[in-house]
Each structure stands twice: as C-alpha cells, then as structure tokens.
Design a protein around this ligand. Structure first.
Ligand code: NAD
Length: 413
C-alpha cells in the first residue's frame, strides 16, 4: 500500500530521532500537532441553495514562534494530509532559522467549478470559522495550492472586520497594495537560485557556466530558471505539463515564456528539440531542478539521472527509494524544505514589515533573502558533513535540533 504523507512524515522523524538520539519524550510530542480544527462552512451558492464545505487548520508546533503555513483549496484534501503538511512546515521554518512554527490549512472544494462570488463567500466563511485560532502572534496563513493573493485579501478583510481594526500580519502572500512584500511573488525561485549557487561551490561546479534543466515552468520553475540564467547558467532544458524542450546551446527563458504565453506550451520552441518529461529528467546536465509535482524521480528512473546536483523546487519530487539511489550514486539532492524555503522566508519578511508598519524596497528584500538562504544552506551542509548523511536528513537534523532546543528551554518536557 502507498505511504500516506503522514506515514512519510513519521518515518522521516523516526529516522532523524534515531540518528541524533532524540529524547523519546520530545519525539512523542513531535509526532502530533498541538491542535487540529475541523470546520463546516455553509456557503450560499449561486443557485440559491446552501452547500456546506469541510475545512481544516492544523497547528503542529509553535516552540519557535507563531504557526505558519498555507491554505489549500482542493477536492482531495484530507485532515491527515493537512496534519502532515503542518509538520513539514515546522521543519521548513526551522531550517530557514525563522522564528515561526508549523501550520497548514485545507478546504475540501473544487475551486475550478466555483464562481468568483462562491469562492469569496467560501474564503470568508472559512476564515470566520477559524478566526479564534489565527492572528499575527498566533497563526499566520498564506497561499498554497489553488489559493493566491486574492484569497489572502479576503481572509485579511474578514479578520479585520472581526477585530474592528487593521492587522495585516494575520496572513502573508497578500497583494503589495494592502501590506504584501515586494519580491514575494518570485521569492521561491529566487531563494532556490541562491541555494544552487552555494551548493555548486561545494561541489566544484562553476556556477556561471553550469548547465541547468528545469521540470515545470510555473511560478517556481520559471523564476528558478530566470534567476539562474541571470547568474550566467545555461538553461538547456525546460518543460511544462505537455512536455519539454532541449537545446544544448542554451534557451532564453524570457523567449520561451513569451512563446508559452502565445501557444499554450513550451514544445516546438524554435531551435529546440522536443523531449518528453521523462527524457527531460535524464538529460546530461550539471543541475536538475524538478519544480512541478511530487514523485517525479523514483526507483525506476533514479539510476538514469545524469545531473551532479538536484535541487527540489517542488515539494516531494524525489521518493525515499530514489533518494537512496541518488545518494549511492554521489548525486547531491538539496531537499525541498531547504531548496524552496525562499517563499516562506519572504513571507516572514512580509510579516516583519507588517508588524513594524515600515516597508522595505525590493533590493533590500532580495539582499536579506540571499543572506538567509546562504546561512540555512551552510547550517545544513555542516550537519551533512558532521553526521555523514544525505542532505535531506541533514536538513531534518538541523530542524529537529532547533525545535527541540526551543521546546526544552520552554520546559515542555
Ligand atoms: P504552478 O502551478 O505555478 O506550476 C506548475 C508547473 O508544473 C506548470 O508549468 C505545469 O505546466 C507544470 N507541470 C504540471 N504537471 C507536470 C508534469 N507532469 N510534468 C512536468 N511539468 C508539469 O506551481 P508552482 O507554484 O510553481 O509549484 C510547483 C511546486 O513547487 C509544487 O510542488 C509546490 O507545492 C511547490 N512549491 C511552490 C512554492 C511557491 O511559492 N509557489 C513554494 C514552495 C513549494
């Protein structure tokens, strides 16, 4: 039977606990969220009938600071999945060394079949139902699958109605006009490019000349490719859900994006060869960035990967078995909780700006993100050399050590 996300989160925690000889009482506490709220939200649909939607908010750990994590709108979202995602958020915030804990939310719905008005009423209804457990010093939601700055603006407005005054720090990923941060939109790809630069240094890859393949050409894939191209890397392969393209001489990221906007896909881009998404992953290159979906590198194709460095732009693109194969092959995999932490780190910057009501220019946000990502990478790399484990486990070790230190200082056990 396939492992659930919660099983996977537990297996990772157990392995980490064994390596660092974690206090069994701490281990027991970390297995569960502190609180999971389930709400039923009545929404007046456009046909005049009320439909009730189920929603969740899981708050895993707040030893380091308020809970933090997105809200996904998806027909298959479950409470168990949201619980697992909130655990991963605890680790992601801890790896980035930001003073926030782990949370996650979900609403069981099919947003693609709903009108704008129905979506707004659902968003407001969900936030009103969880308003007593969120807040700028308590739990700070953000966008996730099928949610965006638009939903964050509705969440914020609903919360402010309840408070009777403006408190923009209750959500991040807001539009800039109402308290969002400059640079938040592209932050995940930007952060990934900084981590790629640091990892390349350690592996002796000349970053300015590195050849790069990116799977997925959405928010994370496009910005990762764009910023790495700005660093001088040669982007030789790109793909979207319809398939990929390859040009050993290099592709212009902007030109491919314009082409995709005009034609609906990247394939048949002039001068490039079409490849399938499977072939794309197996191209010879210095750096491979899976930035589309989970479970793309598996035990079936791991031994065909020819990159020297893999950076997980997507969440969970490498299965545990594939991870072991790549480690044996000497290919470094920078795990999602480090490689794509630029998004949540810039959310942290947004929250800080909201609390001080003073906003930084774009360049300052980018500079601060660069410093933060370099520090996070070096912390993980130190654990990687100290414990002689793969980078994923090194990141878990850094995170669990940081969280449990805070728990101990607070006297939780
Ligand atoms: P997105 O919807 O903007 O883009 C996804 C891209 O993947 C699209 O180009 C799509 O065409 C492509 N795609 C879909 N199926 C594919 C397939 N089978 N093969 C190849 N490409 C395929 O999404 P996103 O925001 O870029 O997120 C991508 C991944 O990164 C997800 O795992 C997400 O959870 C993770 N992530 C995103 C952020 C963020 O800030 N957006 C932060 C952290 C992690």
């Amino acid at each position: 039977m396939e492992k659930t996300p919660y099983d996977m989160a537990m297996a990772q925690l157990d392995k980490c606990a064994e390596i660092i000889k974690l206090d069994p009482n701490m281990h027991e506490i970390l297995k569960y969220p502190k609180r999971v709220l389930c709400v039923y939200v009545p929404v007046m649909m456009d046909n005049g009938k009320v439909k009730v939607f189920k929603g969740f908010r899981s708050q895993h750990n707040d030893a380091l600071g308020p809970f933090k994590g997105g809200v996904r709108f998806h027909p298959n979202v479950t409470m168990e999945e949201v619980m697992a995602l909130s655990i991963w958020m605890t680790w992601k915030c801890a790896v980035a060394s930001i003073p926030l804990g782990g949370g996650k939310g979900g609403i069981v719905c099919d947003p693609k079949s709903m009108s704008l008005g129905e979506l707004e009423r659902l968003s407001r209804g969900y936030f009103a139902a969880i308003r007593h457990i969120v807040g700028p010093q308590l739990d700070i939601p953000a966008p996730d699958v099928n949610s965006s700055p638009r939903e964050m603006a509705w969440f914020l407005d609903e919360y402010n109605k309840y408070l009777g005054y403006n408190a923009p720090g209750v959500v991040t990923g807001k539009p800039v006009e109402i308290g969002g941060s400059e640079g938040r939109g592209e932050a995940t790809g930007r952060g990934l490019s900084f981590v790629a630069r640091e990892a390349a240094k350690k592996l002796g890859i000349e970053f300015k000349k590195a050849s790069v393949v990116v799977q997925g050409f959405g928010n994370v894939g496009y910005y990762s490719a764009k910023f790495m191209e700005e660093f001088g890397c040669k982007i030789i392969g790109l793909s979207d859900s319809k398939g990929g393209i390859f040009n050993p001489a290099g592709l212009s990221v902007e030109k491919v994006m314009k082409y995709k906007q005009n034609t609906g896909g990247v394939q048949d881009f002039p001068g490039a060869t079409n490849v399938t998404n499977e072939e794309l992953l197996e191209l010879k290159c210095d750096i491979l960035i899976p930035a589309a979906l989970e479970n793309q590198i598996t035990e079936k194709n791991a031994n065909k990967i020819k990159a020297r460095l893999v950076l997980e732009g997507a969440n969970g693109p490498t299965t545990p078995k594939a991870d072991n194969i790549l480690y044996e092959m000497g290919i470094m995999v920078v795990p999602d909780i480090l490689a794509n932490a630029g998004g949540v780190s810039t959310s942290y910057f947004e929250w800080v700006q909201n609390l001080q009501n003073y906003y930084w220019p774009y360049e300052e946000v980018v500079q601060k993100l660069d410093k933060l990502m370099v520090k996070a990478f070096n912390n993980v790399y130190d654990a990687y050399t100290r414990y002689k484990v793969e980078m994923r486990m090194a990141a878990y070790i850094c995170a669990v050590e940081r969280v449990t230190k805070a728990m101990k200082l607070r006297g939780w056990c």
